[in-house]
Design a binder for this molecule. Structure first.
Ligand SMILES: Cc1cc2nc3c(=O)[nH]c(=O)nc-3n(C[C@H](O)[C@H](O)[C@H](O)COP(=O)(O)O)c2cc1C
Length: 278
């Protein structure tokens, strides 16, 4: 029992860089605290029977109103996966994975069900868009947890949305279906270090939202995180606008990224693909 508690504390310290002595980590969730993305895969294949079990776990995620508004495209053809990797250009780990999944929000199925039953689909709106994204993301998260549990590695790839006008036709995505994220899947060559998260006190609010302690808490987090994994010059965001320099912390790097619009054409694209977003 004591050994398990010590292991739990070690996991918490690795995840947050601070001690959380009041927190006890049940053995059953230890793997969730210890997870990390994988960005290098061995040549070993992922058998279909295993992949199908992981996808069944993904479909077991909760779904808003049981509407089940997501789809996933399984890619195993290395040449097709490489095309996506090449479009993205900066993420060569995508092409090393034997499986690439594209998780999609899916409003189309509901529209077809309404048509089948001779009823209008009266929910082509922002709420449905959000619900499709949430259903999809919960399923992807459950897939990742299941994959981790059997020793596989995964890495979500939001960059499929940066090339949505090429990825969508490659996958034959019809109107009403859009990619939320890609996910590379394979056996890890090595396990990356655990990435340090914000302290729970910043993220978990008790009864009411309260972020008055943000400046001090972030300064301490930047320092803890920088001591373990400094932001390398090559990882500093938007280096063409902000000169790379020593001592850029996590929060400044976040600000560097968020100060420049990303994928600002996404809503316009979705509107051409059947989403009203009203
Ligand atoms: C929605 C989503 C999209 C992501 N997109 C990418 C991506 O395009 N490329 C990539 O290498 N990692 C991507 N990631 C992985 C994150 O960079 C990673 O989760 C984060 O750095 C924290 O590391 P950890 O998961 O190992 O804790 C994405 C993660 C999420 C949840």
């Amino acid at each position: 029992m004591e050994a398990k508690q010590a292991n739990g504390q070690a996991l918490l310290r690795a995840r947050f860089g601070i001690d959380l002595p009041e927190t006890t980590v049940p053995e059953a969730i230890a793997g969730l605290l210890d997870r990390r993305v994988t960005r290098r895969y061995t040549e070993q294949d992922v058998p279909d029977a295993l992949l199908d079990a992981l996808l069944a776990a993904a479909q077991s995620a909760p779904a808003k109103s049981d509407l089940q508004q997501f789809s996933v495209v399984v890619m195993r053809d290395r040449a097709r996966i490489k095309r996506i990797a090449d479009w993205i250009g900066t993420m060569d780990w995508i092409a090393t994975a034997p499986v690439f999944l594209v998780w999609c929000g899916d409003m189309r199925r509901g529209q077809r069900l309404c048509a089948l039953h001779d009823m209008p689909h009266a929910n082509n709106n922002l709420d449905t868009f959000l619900n499709t994204a949430v259903d999809c993301t919960l399923a992807m998260g459950q897939f990742m947890a299941a994959a981790d549990a059997v020793g596989l590695g995964t890495c979500p790839i939001s960059y499929v949305r940066s090339h949505i006008e090429r990825v969508s036709p490659l996958l034959g995505l019809p109107a009403g279906v859009y990619p939320v994220a890609g996910l590379s899947v394979g056996w890890p060559v090595f396990r990356r270090p655990v990435s340090m998260r914000l302290p729970p006190s910043m993220v978990v609010h008790r009864e009411c939202y309260d972020d008055h302690a943000l400046p001090d808490a972030i300064a301490a987090y930047d320092e803890r995180r920088g001591a373990r994994e400094p932001v390398a010059a090559g990882s500093q965001k938007n280096g063409d606008i902000y000169l790379p320099r020593e001592g850029v912390g996590w929060s400044e790097n976040v600000a560097r990224q968020l100060s420049v619009p990303e994928r600002f054409g996404f809503a316009a694209y979705l509107k051409t693909r059947g989403f009203d977003l009203a």
